[in-house]
Write a protein that binds this ligand. Sequence first.
Ligand code: GLU
Length: 491
Amino acid sequence: MPNIVRVRYAPSPTGYPHVGNIRTALFNWLFARHHGGSFIVRIEDTDVTRKVEGAVEAILDGLRWLGLDWDEGPEVDGKYGPYFQSQRLERYQEAARRLAAQGDAYYCYCSPQRLEEMRAEQARRKQPPGYDRRCRGLSQEERAEKEAEGVTPVVRFKTPLEGQTGCNDLIRGEVVFENNLIDDFVLLKSDGYPTYHLANAVDDHFMEISHVLRAEEWLSSTPRHLLLYRALGFEPPQFAHLPMLLGTDRSKLSKRHGAVSITEYREQGYLPETMVNFLALLGWSLDDTTELLSRDELIKSFSLERVSRTAAIFNQDKLSWMNGVYLRRLSAEEFTRRCLPFLDKGLPAEVKRPLPVDYIRQILPLVQERAKTLTEVAGLAEFFFVQQPDYDASLLISKGMSRETTIRALEAARLKLEPLADFDAGPLEAVLRPLAENLGLKTGQLFGALRVATTGQTAAPPLFQTMVVLGKERCLSRVEAALEKLASRAS
Ligand code: GLU
């Protein structure tokens, strides 16, 4: 291991940050923190046509939300900046000029139209796509002629026609590529912008990146980068290609498998601590059994040796389970703090704003056990806020009960509740339990009817505590409303 670990996360701002991409950021961050090294964020924004407005902010917000702090990069800068490739064009142009001057690259004047035709022809002949090297051997005169015609060339790399290029990937082991399968790829486009390959290799060198940890889809680019390092006389970094991410149906993870950007998970009410834990296990594991690991435990135990080569499966059910675990672990105060913006957004408009925080403090411990996401909380807690919960009268009639027995049970309950001076869980239970017996009902039958009457739901937080928070007056008016519903329902 080199003494100084410097890794980078190099997103292209072409959209909202996909969880797969964020997994790459996380692995880099964990690796840096484990080794006491630096985590660098570099924005690869040289593909002007694919740039998406707001994408950089979304990426940085995602990192900040997850607590993946960067030592160098946008907003913090550092001595290897700037950290936006669009602000580093000079460096790439200089490298391309140097490669051309020393005979490792050449100017190509082929028009887009010619390249299009060439590709079509290759496809028709079922040949692999790739530049046919027409300009590789242009003489000085031929070049001068093209220049005189006013054609602005691109710069292409002069890939060796034979031999092999490879490296020892820290995850995949020895990887070797045949040079004759690599075409003369473009380094610099005619508008002076570099391609991904040139900019990536030049920056990894000048930013003194020690390890490149990136997704497997970039493995096929690695020989190109290695060839560039060699031609430029640079020492290559060490490479580690992270396993692919698949959905549970084993196809490449995509929108079809649910939300895919980290922004969406945040909006759906997943906790950043869940996401960090969950994403860390996509391709890495501590052992065969441990599922729950805190940020500090992850930093302490993260290593490339335990990154697998086989694809990782993104299991949405596991994510929900894990989020439930992390939600239950929050203190009541913290749970409230995290829920507030979601309640504000999720509760119906009829609920007065600003929301009553003290009342919310009483409610939330009752739903904390059941929530899987923060967005769900509004739905679970809504009946505490609205004037009257909306439900179908048939829900009031529990199994083995009729409309009449339900009416009788609720009326009897009302008579017991009305005189209660101390409307607390103990006294409530003390009057309602024996009541069920007096009425010849199972407690579940009586409590079921009361639950629906007071909450509008068949599954709700513990009944007595719920009734206490709702308060005597509201409980009685809801029982009243339930009786009215039953009375007007044809039997
Ligand atoms: N800009 C590339 C991306 O969007 C970076 C790939 C790499 O890490 O080399 O993922």
